[in-house]
Design a binder for this molecule. Sequence first.
Ligand SMILES: Cc1cc2nc3c(=O)[nH]c(=O)nc-3n(C[C@H](O)[C@H](O)[C@H](O)COP(=O)(O)O)c2cc1C
Length: 213
Amino acid sequence: MRAGMISAAFVAALAMALSSCGSAPELSKEQIVLDNIFSRKSVRSFTEEPVTSQQIETLLKAGMAAPSGSNIQPWSFVVLQDKDRYMEIFGENNFNQRIFAQSAAIIVVCSDTTVVRAPRNDPQGTPVKMANGTWRDDAGAVTENILLAVEAMDLGAVWTACYPYPDRMNPVKASLGLPSEVVPYSVIALGHPSGDDQPKDKWKPEKVHYGKW
Ligand SMILES: Cc1cc2nc3c(=O)[nH]c(=O)nc-3n(C[C@H](O)[C@H](O)[C@H](O)COP(=O)(O)O)c2cc1C
């Protein structure tokens, strides 16, 4: 009986050892997330491999998971996958033509500068249209979320400024038919990286002040 128990334990231990043999060590959530943040870099050259609609949807979901002031979620997106179409806009108008000519898709992150809600001093009052003070911050959080998801999916992307430059915003707004209160904030060019871009080490302890500057 005792010998039987020992051999059963031995067999179980052996099975566990064999099942873990050859498999990669499990990474903690902290390691996975921090590795991804530290690996992100701007990618400006791409192969001709397309990006799938499913990948784009995952990126948009990551974008929409961003925080926003009062959870207003003022963002909207214009996805462009037809190169002829997006080169009409981004091949001109002070954008870096070379980046867009190579990219597989473009995501224009837009943000609504207005919000319809009850006045702060009268939460039960009639909702009115007012300025949304955090639309830029919300769009920035969205853009970074998308860039981090790009990194995690082994894709590459670069955040191209649209806001605050009128010579970029105005033609993009007109070409894409955005409503007057919606601003094209960033233009994310993405695809499969063709080069070997590396993340930059930006850690500078002298930038940190504890307690007081
Ligand atoms: C607000 C903002 C605007 C940017 N605009 C452009 C741009 O117009 N063109 C471009 O090539 N890169 C642009 N970038 C990417 C930066 O050049 C890049 O993030 C920076 O050089 C640091 O490199 P890294 O992203 O690899 O860490 C922008 C980045 C930010 C945050």
